[in-house]
Design a protein around this ligand. Structure first.
Ligand code: GLN
Length: 493
């Protein structure tokens, strides 16, 4: 017989769709469900530290509004009553949105990001703000100006980053869904390290209006979930045109969830040889190869492809992303936006002291690098050369996608690292983005799905990349894989 405790212990692992159905069918009120999720998060997040803000009153108010809507007989949205954790670089009207930075520690935006408007319209519950590396610059949350988030699978390890709070929240069952952002891998890498699914959409698919910008030619907002159906549903909800983001494309949004189909016959998987030659951990390599074999057994065929220019991707990404960051972060000067130092003598010291006190070391390093590559004398040597290289990388990807439908590869060269292991080694941290940054330079979508565990019981994720607008294909490949594997059903103790 099922007891209350059984039900409570299952709830954190319930899918977003099942939660919505429970509410719609009046098996449970949105308020009761949200109370249960709050209870779970409040008791377990003490150890993990996924949340920066978790405002019980705001959460229960939203839940009661959903219950009231149902009681009035009104139609509920696609995510009615479903908790969604929000990366803290997405503006939520009236709620602290700090981007994990001291410089914005008391910033309450007067407006919602486009994706937040979309979530509200779908009757989702905005379930707290979650941690990130400061301004999304990092791969572990160790660069957060607030605190370090721990990997729910082993609290001695990082959850990845920069969307480490989003991935950890979903992995720990605090919410079935989360939003993150990906500039060079920040959705895909933490998804891989936390054993959940994450999708970086095509550039232009999701509006960045209300996303605190890091590097505008690379940034995308995207979903986290624990199963492909939920991932498809959240992507569907947040996608679509928005005139307030000039890069937002006016392209119809498919019914990603309804169109899921796991048929892989006739599908060609490209295996970029350079992605397998990178200094990969042997366990990651073995799990990736096993996943590829699984996809082949489902009817896909593989071909070897070459992306010879990938060796320039990290350098190209570091130059372009820091150049754009130095410009985007210029607005935090203590006058327009952000912390203002009270130890100032004149205007110049107001700017410099406010920024010195407000920004952490990694953000300062990137602003200096970005300012340098844009300065007279360096512009041609670095910035312009990086832009030309980016174009060549794009052309190489275009060419590769003429021979295959999708590419599959590892996501991160290794599973999660120990907290503190590489904090003094930023270059090694940058190098670990080798398999993810190209998708952002090129603008194509990428999905990560759990494909197994290391001997230390740390998750590893398979990366699936496709041409522009191929989100449906990526979801279908993942759906086929999910249907014959159970890695995604495992969760931390
Ligand atoms: N880890 C990468 C970096 O440090 C990517 C960050 C991101 O995608 N926001 O820049």
């Amino acid at each position: 017989m099922e007891t209350d405790t059984d039900r409570d212990s299952e709830l954190p692992w319930t899918s977003a769709r099942a939660l919505r159905d429970k509410i719609q069918n009046k098996e449970s009120s949105a308020e009761d469900l949200c109370r249960a999720f709050l209870h779970h998060a409040q008791s377990k997040d003490k150890d993990i530290g996924a949340f920066l803000e978790l405002n019980e009153t705001h959460i229960l108010d939203q839940a009661r509004a959903v219950d009231a809507k149902l009681a009035r007989g009104q139609e509920l949205g696609a995510l009615a009553g479903v908790p969604v954790a929000i990366k803290d670089n997405l503006c939520v009207s009236g709620e602290i949105t700090s981007a994990g930075s001291k410089i914005l520690s008391d910033f309450r935006p007067p407006y919602d990001a486009h994706v937040i408007e979309k979530l509200r319209a779908a009757d989702a519950i905005l379930f707290g703000k979650v941690n990130l590396d400061e301004f999304a610059m990092g791969s572990s949350t160790e660069n957060s100006g607030r605190h370090i988030t721990k990997n729910p699978w082993n609290l001695d390890y990082v959850p990845g980053g920069s969307s480490g709070g989003s991935a950890a929240a979903v992995a720990a069952g605090f919410a079935p869904l989360a939003l993150g952002s990906d500039t060079g891998g920040s959705i895909r890498q933490p998804a891989s390290l936390c054993g959940v699914m994450g999708l970086k959409p095509s550039y232009g698919r999701v509006s960045r209006y209300g996303l605190l910008a890091f590097a505008s030619s690379l940034d995308q907002v995207g979903p986290f979930a624990r199963n492909v159906e939920d991932l498809a549903l959240l992507l569907e909800v947040i996608s679509g045109h928005d005139a307030r983001d000039m890069s937002s494309a006016n392209t119809a949004v498919p019914n990603y969830l309804q169109n899921l189909n796991g048929d892989l016959s006739g599908l060609t998987l490209g295996l970029p040889k350079e992605y397998f030659e990178a200094t990969l951990d042997p366990e990651v390599l073995a799990l990736t190869k096993a996943a590829i074999a699984k996809l082949e057994s489902l009817g896909a065929t593989t071909i070897d492809i070459s992306l010879a220019l990938n060796k320039y991707a990290i350098a190209c990404y570091q130059i372009i992303s820091t150049a754009e960051a130095s410009s985007n972060l210029a607005r935090y000067d203590g006058v327009h936006y952000g912390h203002r130092s009270d130890k100032v003598d004149d205007l110049l010291s107001l700017y410099s002291r406010s920024r010195t006190e407000g920004f952490g070391p990694e953000v300062q390093r990137r602003i200096m690098l970005g300012t340098f590559v844009l300065s007279t004398g360096s512009y041609d040597a670095y910035y312009l050369k990086a832009q030309k290289t980016r174009q060549l990388i794009r052309l190489e990807y275009d060419k590769a996608f003429r021979h295959c439908d999708v590419m599959v590869s590892p996501t991160s060269p290794f599973a999660a690292i120990k907290i503190g292991e590489k904090v003094d080694d930023p270059l090694t941290m940058y190098a670990s983005d080798a398999l993810t940054v190209s998708a952002n330079l090129v603008g194509v979508p990428g999905l990560v799905i759990p494909c197994g565990f290391s001997k230390e019981k740390l998750p590893v994720g398979l990366q699936i990349l496709g041409p522009h607008w191929s989100e449906q294909t990526l979801l279908n490949v993942a759906h086929a894989y999910q249907s014959v594997t159970d890695h995604h059903t495992k969760h931390p103790e």
